[in-house]
Write a protein that binds this ligand. Sequence first.
Ligand SMILES: C[S@@+](CC[C@H](N)C(=O)[O-])C[C@H]1O[C@@H](n2cnc3c(N)ncnc32)[C@H](O)[C@@H]1O
Length: 288
Amino acid sequence: MSSKDNFTPNAYQLLDSGHGRKLEQFGEVTLDRPCAQAVWSPQFPKLWDHAEASFSRKDGLRWRGREKLPDAWTVPINGVTLKLSTTDFGHLGVFPETRGIWDWIRHKLNEARRRRETPLRFLNLFAYSGGATLAAAQTGAECCHVDASKGMVQWASENAGLNGLGEAPIRWIIDDVNKFLLREARRGRAYDAVLLDPPSFGRGKQGELYKIEQDLLNTLENVKNVLSKRPAFVYLTSHTPGFSPIVLKNLLRQLLPEAKHECGEMLLEGAPEVYPLPSGTWSTASFD
Ligand SMILES: C[S@@+](CC[C@H](N)C(=O)[O-])C[C@H]1O[C@@H](n2cnc3c(N)ncnc32)[C@H](O)[C@@H]1O
């Protein structure tokens, strides 16, 4: 299997993982990055020589070969085109394990739209570079994208332009999620579908500390207070160790007992013979 031969319009794939690392292809760029849960041995040791650059957290945060990469490049992933660029923290502007969520959201919003007269209102919290926001906007939903980082919100709105969604009805909000939710509830604003990907540890716009163990219950209550009278779904994901699929499902069952609940693992995936790499968990509460 050659990384270059497998280039497809869906330009992400996991090529291999092992020894605490993952080898991934993002369009024409192959990267080798840390991944604590890949405790097995690599399946295809020779492939790793194809990596243009690698990132390490040993001795501080460090890229090797970064100078060989373009400053930025674009890749189509599950129907959304994203600008990618190497950041000092080893991130690129996409968490590819969430790409299946974009398909699910498109499907659910399209289904729900067929049963309703007005467009659905979709809220993306901790929304990062906007993959899910743009998938929702592609269905004609009215979207609200919330992230505390001004740089990430700018990046996401650039991505909207790349997808011909520069004029789509998307509100771009730079704010702390809990402050935003409380304000929306006070104003009586409601949403039909909500996605939230709370970080283990994060900072709001004014440096407010977010700790998932302390803050998630409160965030979920705040989400409930902005749900419309006829919600379609709430989608909760996590990358925090210990927040297993059942933990997320229990949280949503308690919050929204009348919904239908499902849960599972988010995976990085490649060709069928490549071991899938667990990379977080998800749970959904759906209504329609
Ligand atoms: C792991 S990323 C989310 C990934 C994203 N959901 C995706 O699928 O691509 C976490 C994001 O949450 C944002 N964030 C962290 N704490 C926040 C807070 N208190 N309020 C709003 N955004 C926050 C960060 O700026 C970052 O973009």
